[in-house]
Design a protein around this ligand. Sequence first.
Ligand code: SF4
Length: 702
Amino acid sequence: MEKIQSTCNFCAIDCNLDFYVEDGKIVKTVPTKGYPVNDGFSCIKGLSLSKQQTTVKPNSLPKIRKSDGSWEQVSWDKGFQYVADKLKELQAKYGTESVAGISTGQLTLEEFAIFGHVMRNYLQTNVDGNTRLCMATAAVAHKQTLGYDAPGYTLKDLELSDTLIFIGSNPVVAHPILWGRVRQNQVPGHKIIVIDPRRSETAMNADYWYDLKPRTDLLLLYTVAAQLIEKDYLDKTFIREHTNNFEEFKEFLKPYTLERGVEGTGLSKYQIHELVELIHKGKRVSFWWTMGVNQGYEAVRTAQAIMNLAFMTGNVGKPGTGGNSITGQCNAMGSRLFSNTTCLFAGGDFGDEAERKRVADIIGIDDDHMAKKPTLPYNKIIEGINEGTIKGLWILCTNPRHSWTNNETFATAAKKLELFVVQDIYDTIESAEDATVYFPVVPGIKKAGTYINLERRLAPMRPVLPRGENEISDYECILGVGKALGMGKALEKWETAQDCFNLLREVSRGKPCDFSGVKWDELTNSHGRQWPYPEGREAEFSADERRLYEDGKFYTANGKANFLFEEVMDNPIPTTDKYPIVFNTGRGTVGQWHTQSRTKEVRFVEDASSKNAYLYMNTKQAEENDIKEMDRIRVYSSNGQDAAFHVKITDNVPYNQLYAPIHYIECNKLTPSNYDKYSREPNYKGGTCYFVKEDDKEVEKA
Ligand code: SF4
């Protein structure tokens, strides 16, 4: 029996697992002992990866839709040529930017790098990723505040902090291994604090829960900052030596009185005072945020308000501290720096001529052929399709028919496309219904590549199972289309995933994310490597768990972090007489992943999960409407759509709020087309609605 260590490609923790293989089959999966991230533990999603050996169809070939709607199976070469010809035809007919791509934080570093090379460089068009749906806010907030998209923490900080504050974050369900690290915290008397309108599973396990009104987190954070100033609970040395704009921030905060905070957030004076004192008394305070912050209409400023609290109290760069973003997908961090979409490979600026030339020389193209501007964001791509300016779309390893906000807008868009390529391990995903081409690619257990986790750790994916005759990876599929497009010399250095890794290593040299010292072979069976890890300085960076900013130096022009702030906005989608209820969304269970294209194949997850869409309703609200457990209601959203859900009754969701798990297509049917103005991330948590009991509706119809 052979043991092969590889990386789980679900969430951003990037646990490592040992797969035991006999006669070409995985017979046992064991979380890797000693791996610094998960040290012998994993959640059920990682353990279920072996199921893909039976659920993913082996030896599939591409399919092209015929005019009568049926599929024709073709060879890979024919599939590549068909897509390449069609992309060129559409560009010739409708313009360069009439074709687009949507990539994902689920792919390897090398896969979205080559996709960004083919689409953004060679075809000079737009590619966004589904990272826009989860981490764009954190990426923009980091760039503006820190000067680079560089979360500074290491997971060890969860064990070293004496005051852990989770804001819009539910790691018990969404990041169970991260929560395991919290449980390993040995600091005597450490406190766990949760700020969330809902009594989430993490709130249930916290010492303090602050149940503020929905979308008042920015107001609370400014109120807390103002109180820290009023009480002189500041680290003045850190502020003076390591930050910009503090005096302006102090002036800005004057109208954020305690009374205003109390009135807006619904928390009491006592609660806000208590939170301020907890922050002040903590010696090592860490702030952690996730989608409850990222998916809002003023999300970037909210994320920055969290970082502001860390700066003003000097909780940065020291063990157990930081204003820390918890990433969602397994390679969101890689996608943010190496997809050639919002920035040049390794975080450069598209307008920086010298940097463009440097990157072009390394990757082997003329710098005139490098992408010249950041991509159109995701919402503009979908709008472009609906408005008729975009005619071709190629999506990889993502399922926007389900996951896109107000997802009927994607359903409409998909029907308008002249070319719609779906590249995925399953042809059963909702997005494939309107595909004109389907490229079947192998799952992670059959391919090689690299992931970067939430604490900047590069980890290897290595093939666990052998491939069948026709089976190819996402990388090889994109390379095939690139060759069929006639890219020639522009692909010479990109022949394999390992070649691509070496190009990216070189591109990263000298940048904050420098991983030039990481070698492909050395990454295999390793503890992974956090960036930076520059070649020639390996000994200096050899520790298994490292944090950034220990020297108080940031990546801005003067090396200081920026206090950034802006007046709290009026909610663009307030509750009204017609739509009096907030429609909140988020993760359902530990076993389910996003649109369930993979986890619904796992028997023990399916057995424990609802087959049908459901949501949570407050007990009093249910009683007032004569709703019993598992009754069906129809929810009417202010976005004009409606959908039916079963009801689970709970006191953990407040009155006049509903909470719907994202794993059902009905959920994002009801979320709004509304975005943060800086990150363009959708305001998934910001919907409003009313509901009718399904029986009542039938009565109304009669
Ligand atoms: S889903 Fe996340 S926590 Fe679970 S095994 Fe995979 S990487 Fe680890």
